[in-house]
Design a protein around this ligand. Structure first.
Ligand code: C2E
Ligand code: MG
Ligand code: MG
Ligand code: MG
Length: 290
């Protein structure tokens, strides 16, 4: 029966299409890996900076640093795609190191432009693979020292899966980051399976509510319930909350009213290059309104 199916599929060209699909996928993965290796060696990646807004006042508290890659052959490749390849291929080690140094250096360059330390920080994303494999504490210590940036101006964004994989290792790492006076944010919160005990016992400062809950919370009662639950959980555990994916003023105002600490999303600004992010901040830093 299966053979008959293959025969029919062959006749209709479906096996060919399937085979081509798998081949194409493998080829793309391979070319991403080899071109990403070159890009990392030659400084071909950049960071984009998306503002983080203190919702009670509208002040810009910092920026999330997001990796960007525009390749001559592949064009713009989404970080969702190239971070996954970096994780599978081991390139996440040099990529993660580059991101930490580059974010700290960007702060130093902004401070130099401004003429004094700016009252903003930068968030850097950490991959669970990177946390399992690399000495991320030493990496940040060196990046901060190299750039002359105070640790309290940097936040590490981690995910729930990094803690589930190896809780003891995660604890040691987070404690090392806290020793540097860095903050820890739990990214994409609500999409994973963290247990409440670990949220309470690990030195986590911030929960970032995943944008899948935020963007439809005004139309979808279930989403609104989840957001409210995360906000009250955070209050009980003495954690701050950032809502990601705020695309409208209605959402910004609703979250402000609900007592959410910080917001991020296209309503405020899309991720911007280093120069535009600085100009965005300089034009607004002493104005306060959302
Ligand atoms: P993330 O850390 O959850 O970052 C937030 C993502 O949401 C970013 O996507 C951002 O551009 C997008 N976003 C922000 N506001 C809005 C909004 O209002 N609406 C919508 N629809 N999207 C919004 P991006 O830049 O494509 O990054 C995707 C993911 O790639 C990140 O998710 C993060 O997990 C990963 N990533 C990016 N840079 C790095 C990095 O340097 N290291 C590691 N390990 N991961 C990174
Ligand atoms: Mg993030
Ligand atoms: Mg996120
Ligand atoms: Mg995300």
């Amino acid at each position: 029966k299966a053979q008959a199916a293959v025969k029919i599929a062959k006749r209709s060209g479906k096996v060919e299409i399937y085979r081509n699909g798998v081949l194409k996928e493998a080829q793309r993965r391979f070319s991403i890996e080899s071109r990403l290796r070159d890009a990392l060696a030659q400084g071909g990646l950049t960071l984009a900076y998306q503002p983080l807004i203190h919702l009670p006042t509208g002040e810009i508290t910092g920026f999330e640093a997001l990796a960007r890659w525009n390749d001559a052959e592949l064009g713009n490749v989404s970080p969702v795609e190239f971070i996954a390849v970096a994780e599978e291929s081991g390139l996440i080690t040099p990529l993660g190191r580059w991101a930490a140094y580059e974010a700290a250096q960007a702060l130093a360059r902004w401070d130099a432009k401004f003429g004094q330390p700016m009252p903003v920080g930068v968030n850097v994303n950490l991959s669970p693979i990177q946390m399992a494999r690399d000495d991320v504490g030493a990496m940040f210590e060196e990046a901060l020292r190299y750039s002359g940036i105070a640790g309290r101006r940097m936040t590490a964004e981690i995910t729930e899966s990094a803690i589930i994989a190896d809780p003891d290792k995660a604890r040691k790492l987070l404690v090392a980051l806290k020793d540097l006076e860095m903050s820890i944010a739990m990214d994409d919160f609500g999409t994973g399976f963290s247990n409440l005990a670990s949220l309470h016992s690990l030195p986590i400062d911030i929960l970032k509510i995943d944008r899948s809950f935020v963007f439809s919370m005004l139309e979808d009662r279930d989403k609104a319930v989840i957001v409210r639950t995360i906000l009250s959980l955070a209050e009980s555990l003495n954690l701050k909350v950032t809502a990601e994916g705020i695309e409208t003023q209605d959402l910004a105002l609703a979250l402000q009213k609900m007592g959410c600490w910080q917001g991020q999303g296209y309503y405020f600004a899309k991720p911007m290059n280093e120069t535009d992010a600085f100009d965005y901040w300089r034009a607004r830093w002493n104005f306060e309104t959302i």
